[in-house]
Design a protein around this ligand. Structure first.
Ligand code: SF4
Length: 385
């Protein structure tokens, strides 16, 4: 199955900036290592759920598990996280069955979304239907971005598709959606009535999806641009990043004012990421023979390396150097150690030896969740009014 023009995972982008879906088509749809790792983790999660529900024989499980274990992205910690997810949904299913014997579970369920999104389809991780509730769990293996379930458009779309599918057989009044993101201990839940969900689907999703499919509407830059394949060349995004410095009512009108400074600090990381995406894009084009005014391709700086480390070690030992001199031993960093040992084992053995030193002060967006740092009062007479 190919990629949908309007994928549920991109919904928060194409609903906000409807022409982005078609603009993206001119750019290659590359996948990331994180996405590939996520696919393996999902396959493992599905397998472990089926094992716990006794839907597979031991031989079937072993065969499928071996295939996953051989994947380059598989690790002991992936097993632990996928197992936590599988336990989470199976426990929910067992609890539902205690109330209603006709509770049903659907794992990696293919969903048809065409009633609301042209050519739309997708796969939902796990649905449990019981007691007039459609309970949807979305397993997020990634840990880079904490995902919130509240008004999460991707989840609402999956839940909607599943509702349309299951409502033929079951009476459903409420949809419960849960993000399960074990690597950062994030479990986020959101409930919505079927009535509200259908209202949103008719009034917002459907018209926005049609506009997006037709490549119509206005370009609206925002946080969602970072996931847009057009971000490096999109003019609307560039205009947002290169916001002109404001007219300053200030002690010295030739200097930036505090608003400008705050803007640069708040948006700096985003601007740097955008500049890097432009650089990356231009480099790929230049390597393809494209010329850019005033730019040329050169070989980057490089450092000396051993052509064959094993041969180097052999030669040094043959020359009489001891291993203790030519090798250095380094303890694995926390992330690699957790991957090697698994989270629980690491906590048991060295949990009490892991500390978190206090961080250096840093100026961030006021919306940041961390508590405010108590700074000392300064008598410095500054530049600002
Ligand atoms: S980069 Fe942003 S503004 Fe431009 S098309 Fe993509 S989402 Fe829209």
């Amino acid at each position: 199955m190919g990629h949908a023009v309007l994928s549920p995972s991109g919904a928060s982008r194409w609903m906000a900036c409807t022409p982005s879906a078609r603009l993206e088509e001119s750019f290659p749809n590359t996948t990331s290592e994180a996405a590939e790792e996520g696919t393996v983790a999902h396959a493992l999660g599905e397998l472990l759920i089926k094992q716990k529900l006794k839907l597979l024989t031991k031989a079937q499980f072993n065969k499928l598990f071996k295939e996953i274990e051989a994947d380059k992205y598989y690790s002991g910690s992936m097993y632990e996280y996928a197992d936590e997810y599988a336990t989470f949904v199976v426990e929910k299913f067992n609890a539902a069955k205690k109330h209603t014997s006709d509770a049903e579970i659907f794992v990696e369920q293919k969903i048809d979304l065409t009633q609301f999104i042209p050519e739309g389809f997708g796969t939902g991780d796990c649905f449990i239907v019981a007691d007039r509730i459609l309970d949807f769990t979305d397993y997020k293996h990634g840990k880079g971005v904490r995902v919130d379930a509240v008004n999460n458009k991707q989840m609402m779309i999956y839940a909607l598709g599943a509702y349309i599918e299951f409502s033929i057989l079951f009476e459903i009044e409420t949809i419960r959606m849960t993000i399960y993101q074990p690597r950062i201990d994030n479990i986020s839940t959101f409930e919505i009535s079927v009535k509200e969900l259908l209202k949103w689907a008719e009034e917002e999703l459907k018209p926005r999806a049609q506009l997006a499919f037709d490549g119509k509407g206005n370009y609206v830059p925002g946080d969602h641009c970072r996931f847009c394949r057009a971000k490096a060349l999109c003019k609307a995004n560039a205009n947002k990043q290169m916001k002109p410095i404001t007219d300053s009512h200030y002690k010295n009108p030739d200097l930036m004012n505090k608003l400008d400074v705050a803007y640069i600090i708040k948006e700096g990381d985003t601007i740097v990421k955008w500049i890097n995406s432009v650089k990356e894009f231009a480099l790929a084009e230049a390597l393809n023979g494209e010329n850019f005014e005033g730019l040329k391709l050169v070989e980057g700086r490089s450092n000396r390396i051993y052509s064959n480390p094993d041969e180097v070690a052999k030669a040094l030992i043959a020359a009489g150097y001891k291993e203790a001199i030519i090798y250095e031993k380094n303890l694995l960093g926390l992330t690699k150690m957790e991957k090697a040992l698994g989270k629980k084992e690491m906590e048991t053995i060295i949990g009490s030896l892991i500390i978190k030193p206090s961080g250096k002060p840093s100026l961030v967006d006021i919306a940041d969740k961390r508590p405010e740092w108590n700074s000392a009062v300064s008598d410095f007479e500054g530049l600002f009014e």
